[in-house]
Ligand binder design. Structure first.
Ligand code: SAM
Length: 273
């Protein structure tokens, strides 16, 4: 049976954001999907999930639904893909983008899935758990709806792996701590995925760190919010007193060709016994 959950998650507030901020978040998700480094992450997750024709798959927290659309081709003929997200805005955008691709998109909460036990051959969830209050309860839900022998594949960032070069060390230390680590519910989520799957009782658990690095602030901005100039000042990612010095240092490092930013996204997967 699905669990009951009391509150909405922080990222689900996409729907409640002022329209400009909401548009920015949707655009950020779209840019991520097109980013070659995120595509490497997704390729690793694809191998770990190992989709096959005829399977029924779930992408929980699917955002704009690109992966769900690709999976639809992999499970044909005879398969089915469900893309689920807490945001009605994201699901509307995913549905529109899907066109004729046979994917079912639905609004739902991965902490309380509206599916019977053991209904999917494979389940994936990318960069969602870091935003949740009770990630292990969410993992238990993903495992619950996976059939025996099916795979659960998780993808998430380890924000504490974020390092850089070419920017002043003291400024960076403050930025990383306040603007990324302290803002995430679970800054270390990526590296904990393997353990969470083991504790959830999965077997044959595998994991793979995918390193992402950027030498151009515009490219970095796709994945690392503090390099994203379209994130409004009032969103608070960049501490107020660092706003001007930060952008002038980023511009200086970029102009000198010295900028380097690095972060790790982890992929982990296991089989429900
Ligand atoms: C960082 S985005 C990642 C989206 C997508 N997986 C991707 O890789 O592009 C996080 C997504 O998780 C969704 N989300 C957050 N909490 C959720 C929940 N409890 N149930 C389902 N989706 C949730 C958000 O609406 C958002 O679309």
């Amino acid at each position: 049976m699905a669990r009951e959950v009391p509150e909405r998650t922080p990222f689900a507030t996409i729907d409640d954001m002022p329209p400009p901020m909401r548009a920015m978040v949707l655009q950020a998700l779209e840019r991520m999907a097109a980013d070659p480094q995120i595509q490497r992450v997704r390729a690793a997750a694809w191998r770990a999930l190992d989709p096959r024709p005829g399977q029924r798959l779930l992408d929980a927290g699917c955002g704009l639904g690109e992966v769900a659309r690709d999976l639809a081709a992999a499970v044909a003929p005879g398969g089915e893909v469900v893309g689920l997200d807490a945001s009605a805005v994201a699901i509307a955008a995913a549905t529109e983008r899907a066109g004729d691709v046979p994917v079912t998109f639905a609004v739902g909460d991965l902490r309380a899935l509206d599916f019977e036990d053991q209904t999917f051959d494979g389940v994936r969830s990318e960069r969602v758990l870091q935003h949740l209050d009770e990630p292990d309860a969410a993992v238990a839900e993903l495992v619950r709806v996976t059939r025996a022998g099916g795979r659960v594949c998780l993808v998430d960032t380890d924000w504490t792996s974020l390092v850089s070069d070419g920017l002043p060390d003291d400024m960076v230390a403050s930025m990383w701590q306040r603007a990324t680590v302290a803002r995430q519910h679970h800054a270390t989520m990526g590296r904990t995925l393997r353990r969470r799957l083991v504790r959830a009782g999965l077997v044959d658990v595998v994991c793979e760190p995918v390193p992402l690095w950027f030498t151009d602030p515009d490219e970095a901005s796709t994945v690392i919010p503090v390099f994203n100039r379209s994130v409004p000042r009032e969103a608070g990612f960049i501490p107020e007193e660092l706003w001007d010095p930060w952008w002038s240092e980023v511009d200086r490092a970029a102009e000198a060709g010295e900028l380097l930013a690095f972060v790790t996204i982890w992929v982990a997967a296991g089989v429900r016994p």
